[in-house]
Write a protein that binds this ligand. Structure first.
Ligand code: SAH
Ligand code: ZN
Ligand code: ZN
Ligand code: ZN
Ligand code: ZN
Length: 483
């Protein structure tokens, strides 16, 4: 199984945030996270450590029981793996290479597509069998176009903003008077800030994709893991963030994060809180109630989860869309609507959503909403989450999706074809109690079977009990019934 937000609950797996003074074992992605499996009866299971960044075991196979003794040999093997996964250049090397590269004549400016690196003249022959391209000055300023998006679906899926969304975000931040943008996993936003030459606006990119270090100076990029707040460049890199978060002469900072969608909300929220705490400390204005202004970009169906972790955030109706995501495109022309939204602690009425894209201001809610999102006088809010017009159900006492109707046997609104409590012998799922699927489709079943298999081979240490079911994007979609 992949450890993603969408299936953590259904598998009863929880992240235990690190306690002060307790050190987690490390994988190539920094300190691992501690997980705990809770069974149906609410009994706590054995805890284990797994990679914070990679939700697919194929990308990082780190696994260790909390109470497990690790042999010397395994420790050494781990260290060897960490060394082998280190980037081929240090960040300092990347920076001096960039300076050299930028001063080369055009005919000597080459990028190796196979290795995803800028080549210096002395290296051309070594890459002669690879696919290389020429690099114009304009391309050098657009690394998000030059680099091919990592499409590793689970760990590092890179979905780049369309121009529409990137410009909207930046215009909004400029309009609100921010002078420094902390870009957490938003390389295209960082790029746009530099491209548009919005002096004196500054930006710092924190991202796990080290390829970006080739294009930015050391105070513009930190190699960072947002699931464990880990700086691969150690203290020096942390100091870069501290310097950036220090607001001199009213240079207000805002943070914009666009994490991979399968990512776990709790550890992300924890990292963002740590960034906010650092910002507060550096600010020493005495008002510890104020948090760093933040825009967290994530699908709307994670709203309850995000608000549980960061209650000060509000979800806005703006639909963020992506160039290279087949599904998450802006609505209107019959294309599917993007489920991705902004979660922010900026006052909602200050984030002006463009009228020409179909947003309007709701004076009752004091925020901009999608034009189809009609204010409900009974709920006293604009209820729609998905951009469609929702309708009020008086039996449920709230507004629901237009495709739902009230089911008297379930006592709630649901899709007409839902596995009904009293319909055709189905009681939803006997295994996990979910009404969304029948037992034969229960993802838990496969896991139980896997656990059984593990237990039935005594003597062999049972490895990775959670590795059996792969929930793909489409499963995540089905689970949440986005569309
Ligand atoms: N829409 C954004 C890109 C979002 S894709 C834009 O156009 O700028 C998610 C981004 O998060 C990618 O840049 C990816 O490299 C980064 N990322 C993925 N996992 C990460 C992690 N564990 N820590 C930090 N950054 C991560
Ligand atoms: Zn790892
Ligand atoms: Zn209503
Ligand atoms: Zn109802
Ligand atoms: Zn029903």
């Amino acid at each position: 199984m992949e450890i993603s937000e969408a299936n953590m609950d259904s598998f009863g797996i929880e992240v235990i945030l690190p306690e002060e003074g307790k050190t987690a074992p490390r994988c190539p992605h920094g300190p691992t996270l501690l997980f705990e499996k809770v069974d149906n009866g609410g009994n706590k299971g054995r805890r284990f450590y797994a990679c914070s960044a990679c939700r697919d075991r194929k990308d990082c196979g780190f696994f260790q029981w909390e109470d497990e003794k690790v042999s010397k040999a395994r420790m050494l093997a781990r260290e060897a793996e960490m060394l082998s996964k280190r980037p081929r250049f240090t960040q300092q090397e990347c920076c001096s290479r960039f300076v050299q590269f930028a001063s080369l004549p055009f005919i000597e400016k080459k990028f190796c597509e196979d290795c995803q690196i800028l080549l210096l003249p002395a290296e051309h022959s070594a890459h002669s069998a690879h696919r290389t391209t020429a690099v114009t000055a304009a391309q050098l300023r657009r690394p998000s176009i030059l680099l091919c998006p990592l499409d590793n679906k689970k760990s590092n899926a890179q979905y780049l903003f369309t121009d529409r969304s990137a410009h909207f975000l930046l215009d909004t931040l400029v309009g609100l008077g921010y002078k420094k943008v902390l870009c957490v996993g938003t390389p295209r936003l960082q790029e746009l800030i530099k491209l548009r030459n919005l002096e004196p606006m500054k930006s710092l990119l924190l991202d796990i994709d080290f390829r970006y270090a080739q294009f930015y100076s050391q105070d513009e990029f930190c190699h960072y893991n947002m699931f464990n707040h880990h700086f691969f460049g150690g203290e020096a890199s942390r100091a870069v963030l501290d310097a950036f978060l220090t607001e001199a002469d009213g240079e207000q900072v805002v943070m914009v994060a666009d994490p991979p969608f399968g990512g776990l909300v709790k550890p992300l929220a924890n990292s963002f809180s740590l960034i906010s705490q650092t910002w507060k400390k550096l600010r020493n204005s005495g008002d510890s109630n104020i948090d760093i202004p933040i825009i967290w970009i994530f699908p709307y169906f994670f709203e309850p989860r995000i608000l549980e972790c960061l209650p000060a955030l509000t979800m806005l109706d703006y639909q963020v869309d992506y160039d290279n995501h087949p599904l998450y495109k802006h609505g209107k022309t019959g294309r599917r609507q993007s489920p991705v939204r902004l979660f922010t602690n900026i006052l909602p009425k200050q984030v002006v959503l463009p009228r020409e894209e179909g947003y309007r201001f709701c004076s009752m809610c004091q925020r901009y909403v999608c034009s189809l999102n009609k204010h409900c006088t009974k709920c006293n809010l604009c209820p729609s989450k998905d951009g469609r017009e929702w309708k009020h159900c008086s039996a449920c006492g709230k507004c629901v999706k237009p495709s739902w109707s009230h089911c008297t046997s379930c006592g709630r609104c649901a899709l007409p074809d839902h596995p009904c409590r009293q319909g055709d012998g189905g009681n939803g799922c006997f295994s996990c109690g979910s009404l969304e699927h029948q037992r034969k489709a229960c993802p838990l079943r496969d896991m139980r079977r896997k656990n059984r298999d593990d237990k039935s081979s005594p003597g062999k240490p049972s490895k990775q009990p959670i590795v059996s079911v792969q929930l793909s994007y489409s499963n995540i979609r089905n689970n949440f019934r986005i569309f």
